[in-house]
Design a binder for this molecule. Structure first.
Ligand code: SF4
Length: 390
């Protein structure tokens, strides 16, 4: 199902590990919302051009919960209108990422009345010392309170994010985090291994030798514990980092893995129309300039050359590699026939040879015409998939 992603590029403080594009929240919020509306309007041919209509809306960031929820509802309504959808509350899925610190009863009540039906809550840990180290705004009690507030406000589809694989996290604390998350009974849990990204505070500490990454063996044990605890609690794993109660898989994110078209609005957002990938530049000031009334006017002038959005037509090999990466991260895997059709003919024999080798090693399973990575090997999935890249 096609969808729309909206990137809200503001945070009130920056997490130690994060490399998503965002700037300090403050003065430019209203300008940004006006620019967002202009961008949505200007790109209203996106879905018409490919004969699709969006069924999901996802506000991510940054911190979308810094935006007034009623204003966010108006933006969502306008985006729906521009892209041929009747209304936000008629969408198949409408998700907003929420920082627990912002999730007050009134905020959530207004968010619900704006048509939002799914929350993605950035909890990350239920241990205060971890949250301080991550430089998160909330503490553990606040996260639990936010979850209960959301239920009170009527949200029956909530996802919780948790991080593992960082220096401070002990196995007992990880068990505690999982037990606490499960006790809240969310519909969905996403859990990511901490990665050290250059340009982040953590990346700089690592470069100076001030941070020791968690050994792979420890992260692997934590990942195995994650899979086991959530399976025992009735969650089904459907992707490397994603676990859902039956029927509660994230529709919007699943579309990315299926390579379904999506439109990304806002600085640093990406779009895909089935053939080309598009990227908005990651600069708020450039964004505000491009999607100002003057910028829109300039873009209508003869000879205008679009510099704000980059585009890339995918080569045969890129499509093949991308399909491999996205589909083999999913627990259900992918039909070999689909891959065979996508594989460049000159690489087909070598692909089959490598596939056979990975099957003989037990890194890949071949069942009923499909290949998939066995549950016990999903932790190493990126490395396994790379071996099949052409
Ligand atoms: S993790 Fe979220 S809240 Fe933290 S800096 Fe990144 S975008 Fe902002």
């Amino acid at each position: 199902m096609a969808g729309i992603y909206i990137h809200i590029p503001f945070c009130s403080q920056f997490c130690t590990y994060c490399d998503f594009y965002s700037v300090k929240s403050g003065k430019r919020g209203d300008d940004f919302l006006s620019a967002l509306l202009l961008e949505s309007k200007e790109r209203r041919e996106f879905f018409r051009g490919i004969n699709e209509s969006p069924g999901t809306l996802y506000f991510g960031g940054g911190t979308p919960s810094l935006i007034d929820p009623l204003a966010l509802g108006e933006i969502a309504a306008s985006i729906c209108q521009n892209h041929g959808h009747p209304a936000p509350d008629k969408l198949d899925e409408f998700t907003v990422e929420v920082n627990p610190d912002d999730a007050t009863p009134i905020y959530l009540k207004n968010l619900y009345s704006s048509g939002v039906r799914r929350l993605s809550m950035g909890v990350q840990s239920f241990v205060d010392s971890h949250l301080r180290w991550m430089n998160r705004r909330h503490n553990a009690n606040k996260a639990i309170e936010a979850f209960h507030n959301a239920r009170e406000a009527g949200f029956s589809n909530i996802s919780i994010d948790l991080i593992f694989g960082f220096e401070l996290l002990t196995m007992d604390e990880w068990r505690y985090n999982l037990q606490t998350a499960v006790a809240l009974n969310p519909e969905h849990i996403s859990s990511y291994q901490l990665s050290i990204e250059p340009g982040t505070k953590l990346g700089r500490e690592y470069a100076k030798g001030l941070y020791s990454p968690t050994e792979d063996d420890t992260s692997y044990l934590q990942y195995t514990r994650l899979q086991k605890s959530l399976e025992e609690a009735g969650f089904l794993q459907y992707e490397v980092s994603s676990f859902a109660k039956e029927g509660r898989e994230a529709i919007h994110n699943s579309s990315y893995w299926e390579r379904t078209p999506y439109l990304g609005l806002g600085p640093a957002a990406h779009s895909f129309d089935g053939l080309k990938r598009y990227g908005n530049r990651s600069t708020l000031s450039q964004y505000l300039k491009r999607y100002s009334p003057e910028g829109i006017e300039a873009s209508k002038q003869p000879g205008y050359k679009e510099c704000y959005i980059t585009s890339e037509k995918l080569a045969e090999k890129d499509i093949f590699n991308e399909t491999l990466m996205l589909s083999l991260r999913r627990v259900n895997g992918v039909e070999v026939e689909r891959l065979s059709k996508l594989c460049p003919s000159e690489n087909y024999q070598s692909f089959l040879k490598d596939l056979e080798r990975l099957i003989s090693l037990g890194d890949i399973e071949f069942i009923n015409g499909k290949i998939k990575i066995p549950s016990g090997k999903l932790f190493q999935s990126d490395g396994i998939i790379r071996e099949l890249f052409r």
